[in-house]
Write a protein that binds this ligand. Structure first.
Ligand SMILES: Cc1cc2nc3c(=O)[nH]c(=O)nc-3n(C[C@H](O)[C@H](O)[C@H](O)COP(=O)(O)OP(=O)(O)OC[C@H]3O[C@@H](n4cnc5c(N)ncnc54)[C@H](O)[C@@H]3O)c2cc1C
Length: 508
């Protein structure tokens, strides 16, 4: 399917000569060339000569370029002039060195599920597409696995499960394990084992100057890679702790409610599933969404509850939700590797499709629901999708996850600052782009959700999981206390002084 590198070089040279433009509006390479408005003329033939024989280079218009630059969200997407597909760590290193020599921005991409708007600062740069770095190798003692920097959640989960093992992976099969892990890595297994970052043993990483290094607990960068990793390098492979599969099956029940139940649902969640009550093996996710087959006009609230090692939810948990008179209840038993099917997070499901929609979120992490705020959210959702039907594919998603494993790890041990939060609001605004007026409505809707949720916390400060962030959050919202930000800034100055990794929640 892929066109070969050698085949493409001649065409590339022509296209790059035409692309070596000066622009009055866009900013080219970042500091120390911050003020340049000219794009460099790249000697692509030279780049090709530096890469290993099977590495690929794709030019605009080619099938490989189109596939490699497809993104989950079209909103504020980075723009790319060249896609390089490395086959090994040296290819990544050589591409970075080449980009630095030619003063070209560069950016790692795996699945393109990242949505933060800082990515838009990537203008006509070199995309390092990690698609071919997808191996998963289990160590002989079965305690760790080395995972390629471009491995999908699905590949990792399925490969390990077939060997009776599990890693702390996310919900969604199509998300990159490293992309998610570098910001923290929320998982249905976090109640038992902690976040994905807590599983890092070592990270084989290419730094901003193109040097290759192994970052582990003896390295000062290890702390920063655990929560702010996008700022410091491209991880070509990572060694993760893995765990024996204790239970093959999980019980799954989806309870669907009408809007009248809002107060009861969130009061019940507050009363029965506070962080100190929620068992490590029970995971809850809530969605406000329009489900036309149930009610074509009013959004429903769906509460998904899954429990490890059971054929049915423990009655004590099931009763909490059946007592609230759901409109519908769906129950399944699923093995761990098939859970994404019922969670609507498998490769074939809507959240994994890249079809040109705009998606964005204004997230907020909290510890407890404000029931009145939840009612306000429901009314806002209903009013908005009635007034602007183009937004009716949006969802207010809430991950309500167990935290025993997360809180068992000292907060100071990682840059990730939100171990005290167990409820992650990820309101996902979704719509087909249709001009600035719709963008404005979508933005108004999304930011209003954040305002309501934040006001409901009664706290001064907002707090956002970096992997769900919109892009307008402050550093304290994303990275927490002043000491963390100071330490991140010092490391940034030392390891990425020219801000080459400044396209994802940059520490500036
Ligand atoms: C449908 C959906 C489901 C999600 N589910 C979860 C979940 O269950 N848990 C969770 O924690 N998050 C989840 N997220 C958020 C997810 O963690 C982020 O969107 C993440 O940025 C996706 O990473 P990616 O590699 O798939 O995407 P990309 O857009 O390819 O990458 C995102 C960022 O990560 C960087 N990156 C990717 N790989 C590497 C690497 N090897 N080395 C260095 N940088 C790298 C890229 O440069 C970019 O800055 C979900 C998001 C979506 C859209």
């Amino acid at each position: 399917m892929w066109l070969s590198k050698r085949f493409k070089v001649a065409a590339l040279l022509t296209s790059w000569a035409a692309n070596a433009l000066c622009s009055s509006s866009d900013v080219g390479f970042l500091s120390p060339h911050k003020n340049t408005t000219c794009y460099p003329k790249l000697n692509v033939e030279e780049l090709a000569a530096r890469l290993s024989p099977h590495a690929e280079i794709y030019e605009p218009g080619s099938d490989g370029f189109i596939e490699g630059t497809l993104r989950w969200s079209a909103y504020h997407a980075p723009t790319v002039s060249l896609v390089v597909v490395p086959r090994n760590e040296e290819d990544v290193a050589e591409t970075i060195k080449f980009a630095n020599e030619f003063k070209s921005p560069f950016f790692a991409v795996n699945t393109g599920h990242g949505t933060i708007t800082s990515q838009r600062k990537m203008r006509r740069g070199i995309e390092i597409w990690l698609d071919e770095l997808r191996t998963v190798d289990i160590s002989e003692d079965g305690k760790t696995a080395v995972v390629g920097g471009g491995a999908l959640t699905k590949t990792v989960a399925e490969t390990l499960f077939a060997a009776g093992k599990q890693a702390v992976t996310g919900f969604c099969e199509c998300v990159g394990l490293l992309g998610a892990s570098l910001g923290g890595g929320l998982s249905i297994l976090q109640g038992k084992h902690g976040l994905a970052i807590d599983q890092f043993v070592s990270l084989r990483t290419v730094l901003a100057d193109g040097s290759i290094t192994t970052i582990d607990e003896d390295s000062e960068l290890f702390w920063a890679m655990k929560g702010a990793g996008h700022n410091f390098g491209i991880v070509v492979s990572a060694t993760y702790k893995i765990h024996d599969v204790e239970h093959q099956n999980w019980a799954f029940t989806a309870f669907t409610y009408a809007g009248e139940a809002v107060e009861d649902i969130f009061q019940a969640l507050n009363d029965n599933f506070r962080a100190d009550q929620q068992p490590a093996d029970v995971v809850i996710a809530v969605a406000f969404e329009l489900l036309p087959q149930v009610d074509p006009e009013n959004p429903v609230i769906i509460v998904l509850v899954i429990q490890e090692g059971k054929d049915a939810l423990d009655p004590v948990f099931a009763e909490v939700f059946t007592n609230l008179n759901p409109l519908a209840t769906q129950t399944e038993i699923m093995p761990f590797d098939k859970l994404p099917i019922v969670l609507y997070a498998n490769l074939e499901a809507g959240p994994c499709q890249r079809v040109g929609l705009n998606y964005f979120r204004h997230p907020q992490s909290i510890k407890e629901y404000n029931v009145a705020s939840q009612r306000e959210l429901y009314e806002l959702f209903t009013d908005t999708i009635r007034a602007v039907p183009a937004l009716n594919g949006s969802q207010i998603l809430i991950d309500h996850f167990p935290t025993q494993g997360v809180q068992a790890i000292a907060s100071e041990s990682a840059a990730y600052p939100h171990r005290d939060k167990n409820i992650y609001f990820a309101p996902t605004i979704a719509y087909m782009p249709d001009g600035p007026e719709l963008d404005k409505e979508a933005m108004k809707f999304s930011s209003r959700i954040r305002e309501i949720v934040h006001k409901g916390t009664g706290e001064d400060k907002r707090s956002a999981y970096v992997n769900y962030a919109f892009g307008d959050e402050s550093l304290p919202e994303l990275f927490g206390e002043p000491w963390r930000i100071e330490r991140l800034r010092e490391l940034k100055e030392k390891y990425d002084p020219y801000g080459r990794f400044n396209f994802y929640a940059p520490i500036e």
